[in-house]
Design a protein around this ligand. Structure first.
Ligand SMILES: [Zn+2]
Length: 417
């Protein structure tokens, strides 16, 4: 079959009802994280696996935390294409929603609900794409593996990081169907959550000059970090870093010069910037105020997730771009993500080229009345089917783009996004 014939057949075989129905099914199964409960949704997909010709393995990393590993089965010498998608979602405050967050309602060409965009729609589209390939009787040139994982929203310690630690992630390339508005996402910022604690000298509130206020030091630090004047070169897809001072807590009462004040900060980092470099940047900015670490303040890194990227010219990027062009008749746009995804484990730790590409608008992920466009789901199914039908292997990552594995720290991540 020629490539244009194949593309025509795939386009005709995409089943709108199938991808819509599966997305609705997944939205209706709650899997919010926290608290983290992926067992029911993993079980639902496990039951469907035989219909897709997939063999299933469940990896439970903690009670209620299940990762579902599916494979079409290995063929001697065939390259392995991994689809990594997460089954957890961020929580919901239902009162603010106009649509039932767990109803999977269809309106105006959209499916509404928590996870519709991030990323149950993407998972449904990838599984439906395999169904399309099977319905056409295509023999895939690759082994197709799905890792439908827990805990991405809180950093992946119970999900992809656990699979990596158990040496269960082996692939030649990885597709991550997170919501990118059907653009190819080739880079993502990392993050560092840190706590700055300023030290003061307490005194009676009636004589503040006799003490030194930890709150006044913290206020100055908050301003200088918020100003974000870190030395940096803007990234073509990611722009600049940012620094948000998210919480402040200090003092014991109005009549006491405060002895201690805590600031929690969220510093986003660009590819090439390590944990040590990010810490040094903050220390240097605070030093410009004349404040010394260890004396005037302490700095503790609470979480570090490293940035990652793949070269735009990498052959696997070409595979995904070609599949997109074949299905839509136009070249895909490229983009970067301001936050981290599980793609960083592939790119940084395993050297597996990873492209994040999926249906759903990034801007509605994690929001009230989250939705995914059915048209985008249908396009994604076609692009994924083209990719699955054409993937014949690729080169590993040339180098470690974002940081070393020693930088990865997903223990106790309060919110990776
Ligand atoms: Zn996501």
């Amino acid at each position: 079959m020629t490539r244009p014939d194949l593309v025509r057949k795939i386009r005709a075989a995409v089943d709108v009802d199938a991808v819509t129905g599966l997305t609705q099914d997944l939205v209706r199964i709650r899997s919010e994280n926290p608290p983290g409960r992926e067992t029911e949704i993993a079980g639902h997909l496990r039951e469907r696996a035989p219909d897709l010709g997939l063999a299933a393995t469940v990896v439970e990393t903690a009670p209620g935390r299940q990762n579902l590993l599916l494979t079409t089965g290995s063929r001697p010498g065939a390259p392995v294409l991994l689809v990594n998608g997460h089954l957890d979602t961020v929580p919901v405050r239902p009162n603010a929603w106009r649509h039932d967050p767990f109803g999977g309602e269809v309106a105006d060409g959209r499916i509404y609900g928590r996870g519709a965009a991030d990323m149950k729609g993407g998972v449904a589209a990838a599984l439906t794409a395999l169904q399309v390939c099977r319905s056409l009787g295509l023999e895939l040139p690759c082994e197709l593996v799905f890792h439908l994982v827990a805990d991405e929203e809180l950093g992946g310690a119970q999900g992809t990081a656990a699979l990596v630690a158990r040496d269960l992630v082996r692939a030649d390339a990885c597709l991550d169907p997170e919501p990118t508005g059907l653009r190819l996402c080739l880079a993502e910022r990392g993050l560092m959550f840190a706590t700055v604690t300023t030290n003061g000298v307490p005194a009676h509130g009636s004589e503040p000059a006799k003490g030194r206020s930890a709150i006044i030091s913290a206020a100055a630090i908050a301003q200088v970090l918020h100003d974000n004047e870190f030395p940096q070169t803007p990234h073509p897809l990611l722009g600049t870093t940012t620094c948000n001072v998210g919480t402040i807590r200090g003092g014991s009462g109005p009549n006491v010069v405060p002895e201690e004040c805590l600031l929690e900060i969220d510093r986003r980092v660009l590819p090439g910037e390590s944990r040590a470099m990010a810490v040094q940047g903050i220390v240097d900015r605070i030093a410009s105020l004349g404040l010394v670490r260890g004396t005037d303040y302490d700095l503790r890194v609470d979480t570090f997730c490293e940035p990652s990227e793949i070269a735009p010219g990498h052959p696997f990027v070409g595979y995904v771009a070609d599949a997109f062009a074949a299905m839509t008749g136009r070249a895909p746009g490229t983009t970067g993500l301001p936050f981290t995804t599980d793609a960083r484990f592939m790119r940084n730790q395993l050297g597996i080229p990873a492209v994040v590409f999926g249906p759903g608008d990034l801007a509605v992920a994690h929001t009230v009345d989250e939705y995914v466009e059915i048209d985008a789901l249908v396009t994604a199914v076609g692009v994924y089917a083209c990719l699955f039908a054409g993937f014949a292997g690729t080169a590993p990552m040339a180098d470690n783009a974002g940081g070393s594995s020693a930088d990865t720290d997903v223990e106790g991540v309060p919110s990776a996004r």
